[in-house]
Design a binder for this molecule. Sequence first.
Ligand SMILES: NC(=O)C1=CN([C@@H]2O[C@H](COP(=O)(O)OP(=O)(O)OC[C@H]3O[C@@H](n4cnc5c(N)ncnc54)[C@H](O)[C@@H]3O)[C@@H](O)[C@H]2O)C=CC1
Ligand SMILES: O=C(O)C(=O)COP(=O)(O)O
Length: 636
Amino acid sequence: MASSSSLKPIFSSSLTSSPSPHSPQKPSSLLSFLHSTTSTPISLKLSSNPPHSNSHPRSKSFAVTNVVLKTDTSPETTSVPSNYSQDLGPPLTKPTILVSEKLGEKGLEVLREFGHVECLYDLSPDQLCSKISLCDALIVRSGTKVTRQVFEASNGRLKVVGRAGVGIDNVDLQAATEFGCLVVNAPTANTVAAAEHGIALLAAMARNVAQADASIKAGKWQRNKYVGVSLVGKTLAVMGFGKVGSEVARRAKGLGMNVIAHDPYAPADRARALGVDLVSFDQAIGTADFISLHMPLTPATSKVFNDETFAKMKKGVRIVNVARGGVIDEDALVKALDSGIVAQAALDVFTKEPPPKDSRLVQHENVTVTPHLGASTKEAQEGVAIEIAEAVVGALKGELSATAVNAPMVPPEVLSELSPYVSLAEKLGRLAVQLVAGGSGIKSVKVVYKSARDPDDLDTRLLRAMITKGIIEPISSSFVNLVNADFTAKEKGLRISEERIVVDSSPELPIDSIQVQISNVESKFASGISDNGDISIEGKVKYGTPHLTSVGSFDVDVSLEGNLILCRQVDQPGMIGQVGNILGEHNVNVSFMSVGRTVLRKKAIMAIGVDEKPDKEALKKIGEISAIEEFVFLKL
Ligand SMILES: NC(=O)C1=CN([C@@H]2O[C@H](COP(=O)(O)OP(=O)(O)OC[C@H]3O[C@@H](n4cnc5c(N)ncnc54)[C@H](O)[C@@H]3O)[C@@H](O)[C@H]2O)C=CC1
Ligand SMILES: O=C(O)C(=O)COP(=O)(O)O
């Protein structure tokens, strides 16, 4: 007999639980993929569905084709960019993009074609926090601190932070990830500008250009005081052999310098190709006449140049920093300059920008300074502006960004191939969790992907994120998207393990089937438990549509559209008719029916796809059919 709990949607009560501080309100029923808020959620675009699936019947075709920004009916609604969404449905809102630092005009043009752009420079932290809840995207350079408070104040609306440049040390990435906000940067367009500035500082420092310039302007003519040192034949240590570092190395080689580099992560062959030896940190700083810094500011590189490391340097070393001020302990540098360990320093970046007016470092006579000008060429600023504008617009459209900093980068061809499986993954997660009996804490989920392809060829991050979303969203108030899926699972103590099994099927298809198993829980539907004691369901994509193909140890075949009723019954004639009649009497449209059985005339599972949720009376009548042993209604 059907249990009484089968008569109500499973977990309905938990849907009303209060939102977590990290989680704004839940989105409507579309698959929100990157981000969603009450105002402008981003969702996977369903091929022929209107954006608001609450108010429109679901289309039969459920292939996920793209990710789009979902509709918004807030008062700021203006016109809709032509490429914003081709879907039908309520009017869409132009996203609001806040630009908080000077951005090249060409980039602004790209942004204006897509959204409502507000350029507000020099905002105080409080002003930024009060503005941000009205913004879908924020574009910054190095001067804006995008702190946890900014994400909190955004109230879930901020979907993407674009850093118009390389260094993202001014953005709290952990907070961005927790809030499901994508961070993108523009990593390539200012590389040459930064490298050229490094070389400019190197040469200017060696020949006292800045000091001599100030002296002559002060009416002096001090030719003996400003005798410099030559670069040719000297050893330059490039610390951080990435994009900028390697361009500096290339140029320094052209100046006749002997270049060594230290970078724990750089491939040796890339260095060798430029005639550069990769060496240890101590070797680099111990042998160099000049040291040029090009590593990111991270917890590992913070103040890595300090009393201890200055003491290991060759006396009279000269240091250039166009990376980040924070990699140097500035007090230690002043001491090293005073003691003569460091003969000169040329600094474009500072721990605090702008540095205090009375900074001993800035005022030091052997120090040359510029106000963070590394990326400031016309060419670089134009390039960076276009690069970041395109990245931000792409992210707002829901495309996966090639310059995402806090989300996996999924190449477009992989994304398009996996699209139908993305939908399948979320639905399987959603179904599996609804089979769990209330009160069972879900701790461990295993996902088994069967595929004819080599397991290494299958990038499952996207699928795992969607399964996580399917499992977590029905039972909590959290949003889950590609950015925060792993974080949210961890935060909720949910361990998701994955197994890839090679099967003999068509290698044309990336995946043959996906199975979701939930261990150590009780089920509201005993037949959903497989022989190993786990809740287990499996699905496939058939004709581009997600299908449920097994429940527990029963095979079924039902398209995952609308909602689903699963019944376990005695395998006997007339069952389909009896249930079908009840649903018909209650005006519930049946889209699919499938019966799977273990032993002929013993037990069977009937899976019934229904467009509408049957009312209580209909569910009660189904439960009263004597041959039905248990049943469950599942919302997709
Ligand atoms: N002053 C300015 O206006 C500009 C400053 N920059 C800064 O320059 C730096 C480098 O930028 P890109 O070359 O574009 O970045 P990148 O990511 O291409 O290169 C950074 C390199 O540092 C290496 N690295 C990481 N940890 C390290 C460590 N502990 N020791 C040595 N190397 C380490 C990485 O392996 C990588 O190869 C960044 O800090 C960036 O913010 C970049 C552009 C303009
Ligand atoms: O790209 C970087 O990392 C830079 O430091 C450039 O900073 P900016 O955009 O000029 O404030």
